[in-house]
Design a protein around this ligand. Sequence first.
Ligand code: ADP
Length: 218
Amino acid sequence: MKKQFAVIGLGRFGGSVCKELYQMGHEVLAIDTNEDRVNDFSRFSTHAVVANATDENTLQSLGIRNFEHVVVAIGDNIQASILCTLLLKEMKVKQVWVKAQNQYHHKVVERIGADRIIHPEHDMGIRIAHYLVSEKIIDYIELSPEYSIVELIASRKVSENTIAKLDIRAKYGCTILGIKRGEKVTISPTPDQEIHLNDILIVIGHNNDLKRFEDEGL
Ligand code: ADP
């Protein structure tokens, strides 16, 4: 289903969010004070406008209150990011996601009602650390400090076996959510599904169980 988004601030982070949403077929209003950036994004958004998102009247005239989802990706100007978030929440925008620069910024936008606060460098750093320590990990998503979803490459140890035979849930306490084989993705594979060498297993579990499966099971 097509959704409507507004992205405020078209730096590296906001720009990537904007482009990706637009390429996924959604409607995106792109906003920045910098005219060159706005021009660059005119072909990667539904509308791209030069506007100061800390000005209440400007936000009103852009009809921002009608957007269900707004991403505040204003970079170094923390004051502008905070003011913009405050205005959006006052206008009752349902979902305001904010890119935070530091913990102080995080605390303030949390207090004024930001629905989700993102630390892209911090989060990416954690993901990269996981790729670095294991050749088997393709991707990693932290669900909570204790639980994660990881994508692992199927080794010879598990290949040509069915999920039932490997009994991963009983042995390691983790669950295979899906299997990627080339372009094909099988979600919720049945127990009789056979795993092939170099399949990518999407596995959910407690971090300790996932680590045990990665070290001993693969
Ligand atoms: P990143 O770290 O993601 O690359 P940048 O600091 O480069 O972030 O980009 C932030 C963007 O936010 C810049 O393009 C800047 O012009 C824009 N910006 C800053 N203040 C405002 C504002 N008040 N309204 C709209 N856009 C803003």
